[in-house]
Design a protein around this ligand. Structure first.
Ligand SMILES: Cc1cc2nc3c(=O)[nH]c(=O)nc-3n(C[C@H](O)[C@H](O)[C@H](O)COP(=O)(O)OP(=O)(O)OC[C@H]3O[C@@H](n4cnc5c(N)ncnc54)[C@H](O)[C@@H]3O)c2cc1C
Length: 317
């Protein structure tokens, strides 16, 4: 039995009789991200309904959780994380269309939503086809690209907000959520359950053409493989990739990690490689840019299970 598994025995007693909940102890975590490296967590709780999520949150409220969408903006350290990872499935994967309004469960995949909405004659969300995350992750990160972003179309999101009194489910508009460039005020313990979007009517072939242009653009300009998209947010009036490239770091390798030779703001892991190598390379790049150019890049990706001081420095806090 690992140290994580032994820490979970009281959870087992708390959660055994809640329906539509699956609990895995000492569970895979890093391998569930698009980096596909990194360690385990003490428990992964998968909730299939809103009622199940509500019951689980009431019981686990004081403990730290990490809400995992598709893990496409997350890097987990090799030693793993001694905490609870919450995953949404079932009811949270539903897409409901009513006229030009659509309600997307937090676990809906963005590329799936983009294609289904386009086929239903609803335009606006085509950009989401290139972002391999979920609706919950997109609302928290205000994900976007190709001249648009989540907040441009979001009407409101149902969010379980955490406070010292426990969880409360609230509907919040994009201004309530203070959505900015790759940011919102959704806290680390808050959980997005669903989001409703107001879209525009369109001809499906027009949307499909936009989608196919975006897919081709991504294929030509971004690497495949194990990464979490852009590592750093762009500093004002500049691009992190341009700064990194200007120092000759495009293609730079460090142990099992590599700055992509296709896009310098993507840092790749390799099969069988190490998340700690990726983290160390992110650190090296950040330090080099700060030393040589005087610009302090901060990370967009979420860093879990690393040295807290270095992780905070990288986050810019
Ligand atoms: C190849 C590639 C290209 C990318 N291109 C873009 C791009 O163009 N634009 C862009 O904005 N991003 C891009 N990304 C990054 C990423 O896809 C987005 O940030 C996406 O919105 C993250 O969604 P996720 O479900 O994977 O989030 P995760 O990585 O699972 O989580 C990210 C954060 O969101 C939180 N979270 C997830 N679900 C919920 C929920 N239901 N409730 C509360 N919090 C939640 C997590 O706790 C974490 O803090 C790219 C990533 C890759 C791998």
């Amino acid at each position: 039995m690992t140290e994580f598994a032994s820490a979970s025995s009281d959870l087992r007693a708390m959660l055994w009789d809640i329906s539509d909940v699956v609990v895995d102890y000492d569970a895979e975590f890093g391998s569930k991200t698009t980096y596909r490296v990194g360690g385990r967590c003490s428990a992964r709780i998968t909730c299939g309904t809103l009622a199940a999520l509500e019951a689980v949150l009431d019981l686990i409220a004081p403990r730290p959780i990490f809400v995992l969408g598709n893990g496409s903006n997350t890097l987990v350290g090799d030693r793993g994380w001694d905490g609870i990872v919450l995953v949404l499935s079932g009811e949270f994967e539903q897409i409901e269309i009513a006229g030009d309004r659509v309600i997307l469960g937090a676990a809906v995949s963005l590329p799936v939503a983009a294609r289904q909405l386009a086929a239903a004659g609803l335009g606006g969300m085509e950009w989401a086809v290139g972002i391999p995350g979920t609706v919950g992750g997109a609302v928290k990160m205000n994900a976007g690209g190709h001249g648009s972003q989540t907040s441009s179309w979001l009407e409101d999101a149902k969010v379980f907000r955490f406070s010292e009194n426990g969880y409360e489910l609230r509907a919040a508009s994009s201004s309530d959520l203070s959505m900015g460039y790759r940011s919102s005020n959704i806290g680390d313990r808050d959980v997005v359950g669903s989001a409703s979007f107001r879209l525009v009517s369109t001809k499906p072939p027009d949307s499909k053409r936009i989608i196919s242009d975006i897919v081709n653009w991504r294929r030509d300009n971004q690497p495949g493989g194990q990464n979490a998209g852009s590592v750093f947010v762009n500093p004002e009036n500049d691009h992190a990739a341009r700064l990194i490239e200007s120092l000759g770091l495009k293609g730079f390798k460090y142990k099992s990690a590599e700055v992509s030779s296709k896009h310098a703001n993507f840092i790749q892991a390799t099969p069988g490689g190490s998340a700690d190598d990726v983290f160390d390379l992110i650190w090296l790049v950040q330090q080099q840019v700060e030393k040589e150019l005087g610009i302090r890049l901060r990370t967009e990706i979420k860093l879990i299970g690393f040295d807290p001081d270095r992780a905070s420095y990288l986050r810019g806090v």
